[in-house]
Design a protein around this ligand. Structure first.
Ligand SMILES: NC(=O)c1ccc[n+]([C@@H]2O[C@H](COP(=O)([O-])OP(=O)(O)OC[C@H]3O[C@@H](n4cnc5c(N)ncnc54)[C@H](O)[C@@H]3O)[C@@H](O)[C@H]2O)c1
Length: 360
């Protein structure tokens, strides 16, 4: 079992393994095995898939279980309220421990509830999607969507520990799995290293979700995120690097009407950001081709036509006047991102036409 220690805010460990067998031992290590009452939060899909495993938790500790409808649509105040009611009804107290078992939605909601219930109770994060294992399980950002604005209500709050079992990834839908790979691409570009060539050389094993490949991706992405959040936990500066590919990605996700998943949109957004980096920061032109090849190998899209430019510009630019420049995270070279790089509307359109729109 691999371990990472995260030193931003209250320190905590991330245990990375390919099964759940050592959870009991880790709980003992943290001296929270028998004393506490546990409240396990998950969604209906994860509950159905892992019912036996979840019910087996009852052999290890005293646990009450609550699950809500899966998906982003549940990431709202109604769900938060229902979880508070469940905790109160089941007599959760200051010594109780909440376990968030699921993807990023369960983790973000569980962490938020834990941060506010009785002014903060302990929680353990067990992420079960690729996106949550390589990204959202660390960094302390917890929260929910409100009035249609994503993650507008939230907090910074760290878990007691994170326990990752890459075996969970075996049951993900293909689309959901590939979705997580979009974020992996981002990590391979914002930090210098061998991840991009690893992705190219191991694409088959990755798509087959082989354990050693999954462990490599999780460990390496989390190490990169760890360094960034340790430097800028509260997201006041360089943490913005984590938005690489996300500005255009967000616009594409919104205008595609559900055709593109978040990860697919981030992959496409990364290509546009690379083209802008060539134009504005003189990034080596070979990198675009290399990344395009990796995306193809990983079943991620490389072409997409934007057909509603008005909505596209609004969704990436809504807090600015129309003639103001946009701020992008671009790359001087792999592993050397430049935050808040000014990009004009004309530069963006030109980059779109010379990258993902080209030939469409
Ligand atoms: N806190 C952060 O730093 C951070 C970072 C990135 C993203 N996020 C948030 O993460 C969320 C997206 O995460 P997500 O994609 O994991 O979403 P999710 O939690 O909705 O999970 C996606 C789907 O996968 C299913 N699922 C979960 N585990 C499964 C498994 N092992 N097998 C089969 N199906 C499984 C879920 O039921 C759901 O239908 C967004 O709300 C986003 O805002 C947070």
């Amino acid at each position: 079992m691999k371990e990472l220690e995260i030193l931003s805010g209250k320190p905590y460990k991330v245990y990375i393994d390919n099964d759940l067998d050592k959870l009991s031992k880790v709980l003992e290590e943290h001296k929270i095995k028998h004393k506490a009452r546990f409240y396990l939060l998950t969604d209906d899909k994860v509950y159905e898939l892992y019912k036996d495993k979840i019910e087996k938790f009852k052999d290890i500790f005293k646990v009450e279980i609550y699950y809500f409808n899966n998906g982003e649509k549940s990431k709202n105040y109604n769900t938060v309220k229902d979880i508070y009611s469940f905790l109160i009804e089941k007599n959760a107290n200051r010594n109780s421990i909440l376990i968030a078992l699921g993807g990023g939605v369960v983790g973000d909601l569980g962490g938020f509830v834990a941060s506010t219930y009785m002014r903060g109770i302990k929680y353990i994060n067990i992420p079960t999607t690729l996106l949550s294992q390589v990204d959202s399980c660390i960094g302390g950002k917890v929260g929910y969507n409100f009035n249609g604005v994503k993650n507008i209500i939230g907090n910074f709050y760290n878990p007691e520990f994170v326990y990752i079992s890459t075996n969970f990834l075996k049951t993900l839908d293909k689309k959901q799995f590939v979705d997580g790979l979009g974020e992996v691409i981002k990590y391979s570009l914002i930090k210098e290293g061998t991840m991009i060539s690893y992705l190219r050389e191991n694409s088959k094993g990755i798509l087959e979700r082989e354990n050693d490949k999954m462990l490599y991706l999780v460990k390496n992405c989390l190490k990169i995120k760890k360094d960034i959040i340790e430097e800028d936990y509260k997201d006041l500066g360089i943490r913005n690097i984590l938005n690489f590919g996300h500005t255009v990605g967000h616009g594409l996700e919104i205008t595609s009407n559900g055709d593109l998943s978040h990860g697919e949109a981030v992959a496409l957004g990364s290509l546009v950001a690379l083209k802008l980096s060539e134009d504005i920061l003189a990034l080596d032109k070979g990198i675009y081709k290399e990344v395009e090849e990796v995306l193809n190998k990983l079943n991620l899209p490389t072409k997409h036509k934007v057909d509603n430019y008005k909505l596209f510009m609004y969704s990436i630019n809504h807090d600015k006047k129309n003639d103001e420049d946009l701020n992008f995270v671009l790359l001087n070279k792999i592993g050397d991102p430049k935050i808040r790089t000014k990009v004009s509307k004309e530069q963006l359109y030109s980059a779109l036409n010379n990258s993902i729109n080209k030939g469409e």
